[in-house]
Write a protein that binds this ligand. Sequence first.
Ligand SMILES: Nc1ncnc2c1ncn2[C@@H]1O[C@H](COP(=O)(O)OP(=O)(O)O)[C@@H](O)[C@H]1O
Ligand SMILES: [Mg+2]
Length: 428
Amino acid sequence: MAQVEVRNLYKVFGSNSNRAIQLLEQGMSKQEIMEKTGHTIALQDVTLEVERGEIFVVMGLSGSGKSTFIRCLNRLIEPTSGEIRLDDEDVLQLDKEGLRQLRLHRMSMVFQRFSLFPHRSVLDNIAFGLEVQGVKKGQRQEAAMRWLDIVGLKGWENSYPDQLSGGMQQRVGLARALTTDPEILLMDEPFSALDPLIRREMQEELLNLQAKLRKTIIFITHDLDEALHLGDRIAILKDGLVVQVGTPEDILTHPATDYVAEFTRDVNRSRVISVESAMIRPRALASRHSGPQVALKLMQQEGVSSAYLVDQNRHFVGIITLDDALAAARDGAKTLQSYITTDVPRTSPDAVLSDLLPIAAETAVPIAVVDEEGVLAGILPRVSVIAALAAGANGNSSPASFSMNGSRAPETQPDAESEAEKAVVPEL
Ligand SMILES: Nc1ncnc2c1ncn2[C@@H]1O[C@H](COP(=O)(O)OP(=O)(O)O)[C@@H](O)[C@H]1O
Ligand SMILES: [Mg+2]
């Protein structure tokens, strides 16, 4: 079961919301309803689910309804209609005390403008949630010190917010939200007010922190790069409507609408194309116990100059090159055992293509894609890496701009190139 379930959520700003929704159902646009009635349709029929432990990003332009959405979740804004369930509990049915408990213990919010208390020290800002919960001073300060340390602010506990840079203030905001150990973090454009370098740093730190904490994070941004970088899944909002929900790769490779396609056009796709989606099956695959003649025949058949060797469980063992197989044959060797090259570049199916550029630039043989169990899942000829990156750039950027050394063009690798072209290969 999803941790958060939102069904048919509407929010209309204005006194006669029913009328506005009626007009909406009659096919009037948000803009027309605004002009005719002065009502703002901030959210329309939003239905989505957030899984436990994921970073769920809600992305959209300014005014698309992001803040309204996130504030409906803890009812800082009262929805007009629809359903919100948290662990199957109906959030819209909570009374005042229930809501207080929800905000104190289960959902914490991090705001774009930090919203720190200017007259409280950093430590007292961080301890605020525990103070409201009635936790004793010593205990809450101890907890606050721990989080202060985790977000990298040791030594600043007695400073005041205006003595801190923007990035540091947002670390305080984050520590304050985490100190109550909430199940869900609601982050409304938390890094948008920071300059780009600091912002990038904060994104990395959030990911590091999340790797340890595994919170459910609902993260709002208007920045596609940030969404792609942080999101396990992304919902794209336009005029209060969810136009697509998907993984970063879904969004880039299968945009649901022209609007999403337009949005994603300029992004360097390589950053999120997975190895798995670009790899091909190895064409010359042999058992580690094969003799040189078997390997040579296989290479000849397939027109390649190396074969991939696996054991009976399909675990990757190494490769045998044409030259080594010939040498083995000359030596009269029965097996290839002592001719195998095991020093082959490897990657996992989950790796991201762009991370492989340095390897692809260096290697003369395709990269072996090996899964957690050690099974050879596929291979990645260097030309595939380069081709995918070039396609991902959508013509905005030539392959050369991806910091390839340029010293070895794909053409000097006929072997790899032919492997990429003929993707039709025998099943493993
Ligand atoms: N309190 C409010 N009263 C009236 N209209 C509002 C209010 N808050 C937001 N809106 C309108 O609702 C729409 C969505 O706003 P918001 O959720 O703040 O968007 P975002 O966070 O994506 O920029 C906008 O058209 C905005 O002008
Ligand atoms: Mg907003």
